[in-house]
Ligand binder design. Structure first.
Ligand code: KG4
Ligand code: ZN
Length: 351
């Protein structure tokens, strides 16, 4: 089955053509991130305007790249939430129009659940350690994005149980906000990661006691706002930041970036492993933009090595927002809805 996926929940305008939920025929993404870099974060109005500028060219390009005419598309899948209302509306209304004009079934998709499906596309991915394998159920899914941090038990396609999530800031948000404090720009996750990499390997040692919020608590919840505040306080108060020479300041920033990344990833790994142990599952699925973080991937791989887990981690390109996993999710959860009934749902939860 060939599905056209459309994703416009935030600042990426994306379209993809995917066959049988696993084979990517086209993956096209236009991002307005360069505009948001100037403002240090996303301005929803600008994101929505960019969505409407790019949606038609991006869909057109995906069909050309896939060498598939619209007659061959068998269904259209579109993110209907969660996300920014203006951005979501562009994708949803375009998908509805195409479904009507081309007479195709339409499948509205939950963006957060869909992130997990990048792991079904990973079987053709060169980097993937679990190559040629598809995830087996039950699985623990960690969905870590810019606005969400959720741990779920995936019993089967469409059978998802929420185990816990963030009580305040999401993991990606913590990366983004602390990066801003360190003047590293937007988006903060890749910036912090690159900055931490600048520390020489022999210097990669913890010097500051940043908190690992809720790491030992007997639940599957997270809290990252205290970590963010700890970083803000340290940067503002520490003489080594305020009065340092330019060279020393650069080292301090790299050191802090390293510490932030260690703190966030420690918590994510610990809670995910605990969830897998408690629910006695053998499969772990990482997903969402933060899953592109190389330190998180490395730590998680190391942790599962000694144990009998199957860890699935999509390639970094498939972790961040794109439409391949929207189409994949639709293939495995083909809930068709008449176009008249499809509406945006900005506050949608993972389940
Ligand atoms: O899933 P995503 O692309 O968009 C949302 O659905 O939110 O996630 C975006 C988030 C941002 O917070 C960004 O800083 C973070 O993912 N991110 C990363 C990395 N790449 C993107 N965080 C840490 N390390 C990365 N390499
Ligand atoms: Zn996302």
């Amino acid at each position: 089955m060939i599905i056209l996926g459309i994703e416009t929940s935030c600042d990426e305008t994306a379209a993809a053509v995917v066959k049988d939920g696993t084979k990517i025929l086209a993956n096209v993404v236009a991002s307005s991130v360069e505009l948001h870099k100037k403002t240090g974060g996303i301005i929803p109005e600008i994101a929505a305007r960019e969505q409407s500028k790019w949606i038609i060219p991006v869909i057109g390009e995906s069909l050309r790249e896939a060498k598939v005419k619209n007659q061959k598309i068998e269904a259209i899948a579109v993110t209907h939430g969660p996300g920014l209302i203006g951005s979501l509306l562009v994708g949803v209304e375009t998908a509805k129009t195409l479904a009507y004009a081309w007479e195709k079934p339409l499948i509205p998709i939950n963006h957060l659940q869909a992130h997990l499906y990048a792991n079904w596309l990973a079987s053709q991915d060169k980097e993937q350690t679990t190559k040629n394998k598809v995830p087996e159920f039950p699985a623990i899914g960690l969905v870590v994005s810019g606005g969400h941090t959720d741990l779920v038990l995936v019993k089967d396609h469409g059978k998802i149980k929420w185990l816990g999530g963030t009580r305040d800031d999401a993991a990606g948000e913590c990366f983004d906000k602390t990066a801003r404090v360190l003047n590293l720009g937007y988006p903060g996750g890749p910036a912090i990661s690159a900055e931490a990499e600048k520390l020489k390997t022999e210097n990669r040692k913890l010097k500051t006691e940043l908190p690992r919020p809720m790491i030992n608590e007997d639940n599957f919840d997270f809290s990252f706002s205290g970590l963010k505040t700890a970083v803000i306080n340290l940067v503002k108060k520490q003489p080594s930041f305020a009065k340092a020479s330019e060279g020393q300041r650069k080292t301090n920033v790299s050191q802090m970036a390293f510490e932030i990344q260690e703190a966030i990833t420690d918590v994510l790994v610990a809670k995910t492993i605990r969830a897998a142990q408690e629910h006695q599952v053998k499969t772990i699925l990482l997903a969402g933009g933060v899953a592109a973080n190389s330190r998180l991937r490395e730590k998680m791989k190391k942790k599962v090595q000694a144990q009998d887990y199957q860890l699935f981690v999509p390639s970094p390109k498939l972790c961040t927002d794109n439409a391949t996993y929207i189409a994949a999710c639709a293939y495995f959860n083909p809930q068709f809805v008449p176009w008249e009934k499809v509406k945006v749902n900005p506050g949608l939860r993972i389940c």
